[in-house]
Design a protein around this ligand. Sequence first.
Ligand code: SF4
Ligand code: MG
Length: 324
Amino acid sequence: SDVLLDVQGLKMYFPITEGIVIQRHVGDVKAVDNISFTVRRGETLGLVGESGCGKSTTGRAILQLYRPTAGHVYFDGVDLTELKGEELRRMRRRMQMIFQDPYASLNPRMTVGDIVGEPLEVHGIAKGKAKLDRVAELLEVVGLNPYFVTRYPHEFSGGQRQRIGIARALAVNPDFIVCDEPISALDVSIQAQVINLLEDLQAQFGLTYLFIAHDLSVVRHISDRVAVMYLGKIVELADRNELYENPLHPYTQALLSAVPIPDPEIEAKRKRIILTGDVPSPVNPPNGCRFHTRCPVVIDICKEVEPEFKDAGGGHYVACHLVH
Ligand code: SF4
Ligand code: MG
């Protein structure tokens, strides 16, 4: 099958409790609320939305770092939500994560050799000299000096630290990597280098990416398809060019209207769609379409009936009552 990852009806709720002695369950943060999508082998699926929309939670729930409240995560045909212990560990080895903040995700007291080599030890692949040899090799793969194995994270720049994080993710030869805003914390001048590195590695090792970002401009270059999330739901998913040239969901249209266009003439004539109001709380999301409190083209039915997420043609999925 050309599908590597198949996410079906994924829900990730975090319970809210009140009380000190006796804890009462008073509600749930519905961080991810019934989303379905696939990622094909060798592709990059961009996952975009404002902070708090559930995109990082989605990445973590796929990797079973959080156990989903409901739904299924099929990886290479195997439902990860059914696995535990050694079976899960074996599948998890094929899936890795690159984090947003290379400063926070690297232990400052560990050498680069131990940081990058840790997954090799955890999975019983290599230790000692064999581990350090493999780490030196991985450092070269990500464009760093192999002699860095004995040094510490604080000795490196943000871009170099992100390369260390990438080397660590590659250590166990994964098939799939969740890239959780891997360039958001980096200087603009470094961002393109890291994107190019990720693309080179994808081609070299046949990697499949879920690439999370809060901005549509970031994923444009790297994605084959793009999914847009709002308040725990995927509202639109399409091939990259289709999504940028023919956005169908009012939320995607608003996000795109905020992306600057390099051509000043087009930029001057462009209409910005300014969304008013705050994103509602994921504890009590609005009825009907969750975007209805901010949608510039809302109609009556939107307040009552949730729009179905369906194919508007050619694999362009959208959840909006105005799109048929
Ligand atoms: Fe706007 Fe209604 Fe479409 Fe939701 S369903 S995006 S509120 S038009
Ligand atoms: Mg996040």
